[in-house]
Ligand binder design. Sequence first.
Ligand code: C5P
Length: 297
Amino acid sequence: MATEFSPAKINLFLAVTGRRADGFHDLVSVVAPLDFGDELAAEPGGGGPAADRFTLECDDPAVPVDGANLVLKAAAAFARASGFAGRVHFRLRKRIPVGAGLGGGSSNAVAALRALNTLAERKLPDDALAELAAALGSDCALFLRRAPVVMRGRGERVDLLPEGAVRRLRGRRVLLFKPSFGIPTPWAYGRMAARGGDYVPAAEAEARLAGWTNASRPAEELLFNNLEPAAFSKFPALPLLLARLRGFGVAAAMSGSGSACFALLPAEAAPDLVSDLTRDIRECWGPAAWVGETRIA
Ligand code: C5P
């Protein structure tokens, strides 16, 4: 049996720079894995009839466990690339909300690749895993690193940040919150394309990022997401809450294509800051809003 922690991510910086000929978007993004996430166990020898060697169960009934789930897509891709012929039953303990921009599905796919590589007699090297991950989804490649990274291209090009920048992010306390509705990623990018004017030129995005990376500025000053205007134009409850939370002196932004948002908590925060923020989130978004505290891994 192989068990993998499958972390959520947040985009601290997300500059979408333009639409590509293949319909995807180019971006420059600083993404960090969190201590909060799902857990995926891979049990060899399980599985159903010969036709489906890979099977999946999940403790959240809202999560599809058929071929649409990225865990099973990742397993099929791994078997094709490596010749792995075993049968495996996956158990997914789901904690990351879906449709949140927290990378849950992509993270689960990478956890499946890691688990199968542990079980396989013939291991795939890191570059082969990276190629498989990138083909599964734009956000998958980042989860092969266990550190804050910069993603470029449509997300498949991943570079580590300089050590000084990593030090300013690692261990930072994060409050995550999501309204009862999710935002489908294709919808958010489609809305951005229809609006047309929200893109940031690539050179400007790189200069902005370098300005933060090369100076000793705190994580708060990195926060940026130009998918926000597209999402906020349909869901005004998001900017309304973020403005209210900034009134408590914390930096806050939407993660990825939403709908989850996050606030960076000061290390020396007053003990009642989290309860005050949580009360405000529930007042603004209703009692069904999801709230969790974690840290950048
Ligand atoms: O690659 P992934 O399956 O995560 O992408 C989901 C959708 O999000 C794509 O079909 C596309 O509409 C949009 N997308 C994009 N540019 C990216 C990433 C995602 O347009 N870099």
